[in-house]
Design a protein around this ligand. Sequence first.
Ligand SMILES: Cc1ncc(COP(=O)(O)O)c(C=O)c1O
Length: 423
Amino acid sequence: MNHFQYRNCELFCEDIAVADIAKEVGTPFYLYSRATLNRHFLAFDSGFEGLEHITCFAVKSCSNIAILFLFGKLGGGADIVSGGELFRALQAGIDPQKIIYSGVGKTEKELRYGLESGILFFNVESEQELQSLNRIAADMGGKAPVSFRVNPDVDPKTHAYISTGLAKNKFGIPIQEAEELYVQASEMEHIAVKGVSCHIGSQLTLISPFVEAMRKIKAFIGRLSERGVTVQYIDLGGGVGIIYDDEKPPHPKEYAQAIREELGGLQATLIFEPGRVIAGNSGIMVTEVQYTKVNRGGAKEKHFVVVDAGMNDLTRPSLYGAFHAIQPVVKTGAAARVVDVVGPICETGDFLAKDRDIAAVQQGDLLAVMSAGAYGFTMASNYNSRPRVAEGMVDGDQFEIIRERETMESLIRGEKIPGFLEK
Ligand SMILES: Cc1ncc(COP(=O)(O)O)c(C=O)c1O
């Protein structure tokens, strides 16, 4: 359930007509519903009521500080993967003791920043990272809190680009090797072992890979304890899928139930890193039709709807062949037609939808690209020198911009013509 619904053929975000917002801010723009963000956060988090846990929202999925602030107010933390995301989370007022830091390539500067900020723990992804942390913590005169991201070699049965828990993926430490590393870490002077972590992929639509991973983690924790290493935290990552089209992902409650059954008896605080399941259906991207055209050169007529948003604004269709429903902001009752919805970028791969049956549109019509709240704006770029679009949020009958549209000046900020070229 989300709060993007039609009232008399007009798409509303909560109590505001999306077309009215488009008039105010221009297109394209991302629009988030506060009520939906709240609802999805609580639907996830409340599944674990009675179990010690922290829901650390995956900042990479949707990183606007307004949204992080909102989750912070609901008791959430942050799962970060860069110094930039740490900065955002802190700016949004997230308690550092609810921040966990994942990622295979943390730099020395980033490790130091995490330590200085007093985050809950680092999800360490290699032995070399562990050595770096030990050295930096020694230099700073403290101890680095760590959890190892173990790679359980489980097939999440999702798109290859967002599968992370297979032995062939770059993430984590193979579960067979991790045991020795834990023993080693527990003897290091400037390391404090805190937990075990695992994240096997994103947009999972089956419970079984999660269960398989949990069983491997539970057995692993048992082996660690036999070697005298105990953990306070079990970080289960993110990954619960959402409905973009006709997927049937598990309800967060079903996921929570599986966790209770598999891990409920363990004395540890559970950490979750959900992104998509909270933000995905809480946001849309609104774009305006610029042109419609028909190419008749091939065996079959090809109809195109050219809109003002491109792959730089929403990358998922081009990058993963991902499906996003595309709906008219105002339903006209026009007959449907099979079209490609494409952007203005000079790449054949620049499309938002291919061979999609949508109601015929005209120049100036508005289209809503649904389920764009996660990995939408955060993956946007300035490719083709396009300023990144605005982000806005609705709360009931109120609307505010939460990120201004970039300007032409912002495109060249920091660039300069060196003196030697002017001679
Ligand atoms: C380490 C880690 N945690 C959490 C997430 C969030 O995943 P999702 O948005 O599917 O919940 C990701 C995304 O791939 C990730 O790599």
